[in-house]
Design a protein around this ligand. Sequence first.
Ligand code: LRH
Ligand code: MN
Ligand code: MN
Length: 407
Amino acid sequence: MNDARIQVFEAHQRSRGIELEAVKQTLKGLKIETPSWGYGDSGTRFKVFKKAGVPRTPFEKLEDAAQVHRLTGMSPSVAVHIPWDQVEDYGRLREHAESLGLRIGAVNPNLFQEDDYMFGSITNADQSVRRKAIDHLLQCVEIAKAVGSDIVSLWLADGTNYPGQADIRQRKHWMEEALRETYQALDDDMRLLIEYKFFEPAFYHTDLADWGMAYNTALKLGPQAEVLVDTGHHPQGTNVEHIVAILLDEERLGGFHFNSRKYADDDLIVGTTNPYELFLIFYQILAALRDDRRPSVQKTAQRIAYMIDQSHNIEPKIPAMIRSVLNVQTYFAKALLIHWEALSEAQADQDVLRAEALIREAFEQDVEPLLQVVREEMGLPQDPMQAFFESGYLEKIQERGIGGASW
Ligand code: LRH
Ligand code: MN
Ligand code: MN
């Protein structure tokens, strides 16, 4: 990046009244967890294209994730999904992560891929299935302890396809019982993140269908239970950033699963179809972080777990993850260029057009020079994607052949 472009950027931001040192410091602190399943052969419901070089084991998934972190400096942790990432010795998995400069992040129980769960897992009418599902949740809490993670992140596929198929309220009670038992197994410093999704695979009703149900459940469980917002899990037109603001204000926003969607739970590269939404989510988070009147809201905002949840089907997986992480950084950086004082004034004056313009103006800033400077100061390559293609890593992993891990 030439110095002239950086100088122009700095002068322009100065003229807008933005304090760039603080912006750079905040940017350097951004961390985004990547999902182990994003490195495997996964993707659409209809066909999984097998690719050469895909990791064959959870250990190899971590090796690929380490490339993303090495080049972006932003992804020091990796979420795992059990049993997709089941290993005999979780201590070894943890050591492997650490030897790569990583740590294991959220542990995701999987309650949706076994025949037993056809009619539900913790809401199944069969007591023995519910017991099996709860035991799996408890096992995941123990795995989290063994790998040194403080987050268990839960998504339930449970629901029904037809009116009358099951007793919705009874299922709610079974769910609450199961989650209470899981919650009680957490150490004091651990969190249970509760994800919701409005439909799929169940189409008539889903036991945890929206943020209100997840929030209500979290409230009943206690302060270590929080809501996880997967950006792809809402009906069309939902104001996701509004949900974010409310959950922050209620001190129950635990984390995100970032991805892009056009129609449903598309799991595509974050920031590709709805970049303004991503930016507006960060606007709400940064506003909460600045709210000195509410230290507990600030604390909630500070510990949000930012995670990617994508399934790469047609795109090469490691570059797709690099792209994703960089996109999150880009829209976060833009939100850091909001002129907060001017915005407060415009809001106090009820100057609708000026307030909207101030938000849009930040979004329209070209942050590439800023990101270049930050990368340079962090000792990272100027162009992480290009650096990856030039690193020879892709060629090296071809020896893994075709037929790597699914998910
Ligand atoms: C469900 C979901 C959930 C799963 C992941 C693989 O659609 O978002 O987070 O665990 O996908
Ligand atoms: Mn998700
Ligand atoms: Mn999803």
